[in-house]
Design a protein. Structure first.
Length: 242
């Protein structure tokens, strides 16, 4: 697997394959073609190590130890409807392919052995579709102007310097989640004698939520939610621009 194709976009792939040698070979090939790859040997390993990663595409073997690839695919589709899902398996019969699409919600069903070139092209195509879906209905944070723009472009919310810093930190955090201590530490460098307390952080987040809530539908979930035992999570689709 040494053919390298041009990949102008960088996509994040979760590879779930219990065959260690094949998993390593596919992972190396995808990385050589510009993909960021997280690999796992089973559904449980995926859940344990990758649950908070921002995955664009899942590549799943059908016959996994424990939970099957079909069941895992179905769960992923339910929780991440915009993610790309590729089932890669030796099961080539029509019944299995239909199950992969209809029950597992897969986008593509590839039969092993899979051409390395075909796999890269499939993942690049899916990745572009996923990125397009993720940017639709996204808010825009304009850094220089400290303005948060609604997806329709109608409303522009003026942010404080701290609110801007908070949103940038959450956008770049793993799973868009940061603990309270890390968030408070963001502001200590502004004035070492003015360390933000947990209460002050809660008040700032509450004000930002209220500001955003004023221009969103009543049934919309909070822009920033508390995650028990972890901290705060950004729940907006947010793009950053100058």
């Amino acid at each position: 697997m040494n053919l390298k194709l041009n990949n102008p976009h960088q996509f994040v792939v979760a590879l779930v394959e219990d065959d260690r040698l094949l998993r390593q070979e596919v992972e190396t090939h995808l990385q050589a073609n510009g993909f960021i790859v997280y690999s796992a040997a089973s559904a449980s390993e995926l859940n344990d190590s990758l649950i908070s990663e921002s995955i664009d595409i899942f590549v799943l073997d059908m016959n996994l130890p424990g939970e099957s690839g079909l069941s895992l695919s179905k769960r992923i589709r339910q929780s991440l409807p915009n993610a790309g899902i590729v089932i890669m398996t030796a099961n080539a019969n029509l019944h299995d392919r239909i199950a992969g699409y209809s029950h597992g919600g897969a986008d593509v069903y590839l039969t092993k052995p899979v051409s390395p070139v075909e796999l890269v092209l499939v993942l690049q195509g899916l990745g572009k579709r996923v990125k397009k879906l993720l940017t639709e209905n996204a808010w825009t944070l304009k850094i220089q102007d400290r303005v948060l723009v609604t997806p329709d472009g109608v409303n522009k919310l003026r942010l404080t310097s701290r609110e801007k810093t908070l949103l940038i930190a959450l956008v770049n955090a793993k799973g868009n989640i940061l603990d309270s201590g890390s968030l408070s530490d963001l502001f200590t460098s502004e004035d070492v004698d003015d360390i933000m307390s947990k209460h002050a952080l809660e008040e700032m987040i509450a004000r930002l939520r209220k500001k955003i809530k004023a221009v969103t539908p009543a049934d919309t979930e909070p822009a920033i939610k508390s995650v028990w035992g972890k901290g705060y999570q950004l729940c907006l689709k947010l793009e950053i621009s100058n």
